[in-house]
Ligand binder design. Structure first.
Ligand SMILES: Nc1ncnc2c1ncn2[C@@H]1O[C@H](COP(=O)(O)OP(=O)(O)OP(=O)(O)O)[C@@H](O)[C@H]1O
Length: 238
């Protein structure tokens, strides 16, 4: 449930040379909810997430929560998990805390141990990524995003390359952990309409602008003409 606060994007713009990717975007993303960004391949969905997370610097614009708490902290979960093969599960999860440098060794050990327990990964703590299943790798990647207790987690196509059953499992995992830990989800996904089952809001990014914002039920019941190909991939032009 939204707590009435928003992640507010104002005048967000990003270009690479002459190629304008984000064109003066204004958007209020409700905190506490799950928002999914959809759009054509190469339209700038990942760039939007990266600008929000700070992985890329926007050319102009602001990102804030519009209140005295300042910009909410974000973590980014990468498409292919981006785990380090030479580190154990617990070392991978501890990494963001070590990089921040604020927590001491004992605190890091305690926080990682608690999270491993909550996310049911204790038995895998000393294993290396190559020794665990694909589903467990996703959980480790999620745990690494969660360890700094961010208010928002950005998911960039978390189900790419997975079969339908595993996609469903990942969506279920994200929905369940969101309920448990209370983070806000901002996700890029091509899994339309399946992803709508766990989404509170849908944003359609097209030609640098958010051309549609609404509830998935509204979108499915009354889709704008331009959006229909996304909702029924069978209608997509080849
Ligand atoms: N660091 C960069 N330097 C130059 N161009 C970039 C950079 N990052 C992204 N782009 C370009 O910006 C455009 C948008 O890329 P982006 O990855 O955000 O698309 P997307 O909507 O996430 O696509 P997909 O659905 O295929 O993942 C592309 O044309 C891409 O080549």
């Amino acid at each position: 449930m939204s707590d009435g606060r928003f992640l507010k994007l104002r005048g967000l713009s990003k270009a690479f040379g002459p190629q304008v990717i984000l064109n003066d975007i204004d958007l209020d993303i409700p905190l506490g909810e799950h928002t999914t960004v959809i759009g054509k391949s190469g339209t700038g969905k990942s760039v939007l997430l990266k600008c929000i997370s700070g992985l890329l610097a926007a050319d102009s614009g602001t990102i804030s929560s519009g209140d005295s708490k300042g910009a909410p902290a974000c973590s980014y979960m990468f498409q292919q998990n981006a785990l380090f093969d030479s580190m154990t599960v617990e070392e991978n999860i501890a990494l963001p805390l070590r990089e921040k440098g604020k927590a001491g060794t004992a605190e890091i050990k305690e926080r990682v141990g608690k999270l491993l327990d909550q996310i049911d990964l204790l038995a895998a703590a000393k294993k290396y990524p190559a020794e665990i299943s694909g589903g467990m790798k996703k959980r480790v990647a999620l745990a690494r995003a969660l360890i700094t207790s961010p208010e928002i987690i950005l998911f960039d196509e978390p189900t790419t390359g997975l079969d339908p059953q595993r996609k469903y499992n990942v969506f279920e995992m994200i929905r369940d952990y969101r309920k448990h830990f209370g983070f806000t989800v901002l996700m890029v996904s091509h899994d339309v309409p399946e992803v709508f089952e766990i989404s509170d809001n849908v944003a359609w990014l097209d030609q640098g602008l958010i051309k549609y914002w609404g509830k998935p039920e509204q979108l499915m019941a009354n889709p704008p003409e331009d959006l229909k190909p996304f909702l029924n991939p069978a209608l997509s032009p080849a």
